[in-house]
Ligand binder design. Structure first.
Ligand code: GLN
Length: 550
């Protein structure tokens, strides 16, 4: 094995949303299937310092890494495909890069020189990429967000152009993803957008080594020849990436086209010592394709018009579905509409529901009502972060008799702040409150549903929230029948709750969706879907004692 890591840079042309992240992730998986050690990174040209404060309506979910990075949702694809945990530094934006450059300038690190895009910003970008090439990595895959031709992308293209010069040509490869549209009236696939996009890339000094063509149908040999000739890449470097049935089939589509083998050779790896073992991934795809037991899961959210806002939740549900051979049908339910829906029996057909994380007051009463509906109708439900908090509010109001219980996030003057801000010593604070971000451990109660699901009593999950279950209400909640089934290691913070006797009414203060992998579903999602399937298939035992339910 060569000791020096290699770098693959992914750029995109013609249009956004071509699936650059998924293509890069799929290549990552293929290289792992060849025994290489892979890490990935995303460079985003926008000016926000990180996606933490970006509106999910616009930008989709914020993906949280183990070390507490608030990152682009593509990192979720990376982790799910390459099955490696990434880091806060696996994602950098123009904003983050400029922040470090400006901080260095203020510290005097540049010794009074005029600070410029070249070399200071480009050096900062290159340094961040170089740092990812640690001794335990063979290949670093770097995706450049945005599209070639965007104003903001220019410093990134310049940096990756220089990078090849700096580390040596044989250690770098450029992959360009374009769109080859099919024009209905003329019945033809068109290569002109690809040519223009490659011309644009070349005008920045980058000649792509590989061109991946997204298309709704296979690119013919003739068309490949044309792209090869006009864009000056070998025929075998023109790869056709047709729309796949599911995202998990993309690695197989690209392997079929020879993408991984070609890149392996290009980067000087010996193909014979790195044969592709795709058996595990093929098994997964077979599972995906045969998952046909229908099960309907409602997601009660605020951003339901942009499903990308809950991307990891949806993927985690699907992973659980693959495991059980279940086809997950998602019902997107606007939280604010839940009270109306409940009046019209509108949630009755659900087999299970998820109340995902969120911030802000809008729709909160709908989420609380959904938690209550699931509790009283034996509907399997999983609450994630804010989802746990609304379950606690529902239980406090209807089981513990604290009728005006609320979270101080939504009702600052509530008499019963069952959810509240904590300071560093985990005591209630009146104002502020810092975000709890990244992986935290928890101890589970032996014999609880949650402990049974995990199969262990010590777990770690990723967090992203300010508010917590108020410890002073814990005993009242427990007396009312809620089990706090997982606590922080110091025993102060409630990390998991459940309702003994209910088929599955479980909340977690964390975001387990970030840790689910297609071939290793997260235990809580796996058990939610198992319970939902039992309900869907009419095998749900009546476990609940309705006399205890308000
Ligand atoms: N808004 C809640 C808090 O800050 C929940 C956050 C979340 O669901 N990620 O605690």
């Amino acid at each position: 094995m060569t000791s020096e890591p290699k770098f693959i840079f992914f750029t995109g042309g013609v249009s956004s949303s071509l699936g650059k992240g998924l293509t890069a992730s799929s290549l990552g998986r293929l290289l792992k299937c060849r025994g290489l050690r892979v890490t990935m990174c995303k460079l985003d040209p926008y000016i926000n310092v990180d996606p933490g404060t970006m509106n999910p309506f616009e930008h989709g979910e914020v993906f949280v890494t183990e070390d507490g990075g608030e990152t682009d949702l593509d990192l979720g694809h990376y982790e799910r495909f390459i099955d490696e945990n990434l880091h806060v530094n696996s994602n950098a934006t123009t904003g983050k890069i400029y922040s470090s450059v400006i901080a260095k300038e203020r510290r005097g690190d540049y010794l009074g020189k005029t600070v410029q895009v070249i070399p200071h910003v480009t050096d900062e970008i290159k340094e961040r990429v170089r740092r990812l090439g640690t001794v335990d990595v063979d290949v670093v895959i770097v995706e450049i967000g945005g599209t070639v031709g965007d104003i903001e992308i220019v410093p990134f293209l310049e940096a990756i152009r220089q990078f090849r010069r700096d580390v040596g040509r044989e250690r770098v490869c450029y992959v360009h993803l374009t769109l080859v549209p099919f024009l209905g009236p003329s019945g033809e696939q068109k290569t002109k957008p690809t040519q223009h996009s490659v011309t644009e890339l070349r005008s920045r000094g980058i000649q792509p080594d590989v061109i991946v063509c997204r298309s709704d149908r296979l690119i013919s040999e003739d068309l490949k020849r044309k792209i090869s000739l006009l864009c000056d890449v070998p025929m075998e470097a023109v790869v056709s990436a047709i729309d796949a049935e599911t995202i998990y089939e993309i690695p197989l589509v690209l392997h079929e086209e020879g993408l991984d083998g070609y890149i392996l050779r290009l980067l000087g790896f010996d193909e014979a010592t790195h044969p592709a073992d795709l058996s595990g991934w093929e098994r997964l795809v077979a599972q995906v394709q045969s998952a046909n037991r229908p099960v309907r899961i409602g997601i009660i959210g605020k951003y339901v018009d942009l499903p990308d806002a809950y991307l990891s939740v949806v993927e985690a549900l699907r992973h659980a579905g693959f495991y059980h051979g279940a086809r997950i049908e998602i019902d997107w339910i606007q939280a604010a509409e839940v009270p109306d829906l409940l009046r019209n029996d509108g949630l009755r057909d659900l087999d299970g529901l998820v109340i995902p994380g969120g911030f802000g007051e809008r729709g909160i009463e709908g989420k609380i009502a959904a938690a209550g509906f699931a509790r009283t109708h034996e509907v399997p439900a999983l609450g994630l972060c804010l989802g746990l908090q609304v379950m606690v509010i529902d239980a406090a109001r209807h089981l513990a008799g604290l009728t005006d219980a609320n979270s101080r996030e939504f009702a600052p003057t509530t008499r019963h702040p069952v959810i509240d801000l904590m300071d560093d010593q985990n005591d209630v604070v009146e104002k502020g409150g810092t975000m709890r971000l990244g992986a935290y451990g928890a101890r589970l109660v032996p014999g609880s549903q949650v402990a049974a699901a995990y199969g262990t009593e010590v777990v770690t999950e990723r967090h992203r929230h300010r508010y917590e279950v108020n410890p002073s209400y814990r005993s009242r909640l427990e007396q009312a029948g809620v089990l706090c089934s997982g606590m922080s290691p110091d025993g102060r913070l409630v990390e998991f709750i459940e309702l003994p006797g209910h088929p599955f009414w479980v909340g977690t203060q964390a975001h387990p969706e970030f840790k689910s992998r297609p071939d290793q579903p997260h235990p809580l999602f796996r058990e939610l879907v198992a319970a939902a399937l039992r309900r869907a298939e009419g095998r749900e035992p009546r476990l609940i004692d309705v006399s205890t339910v308000a």
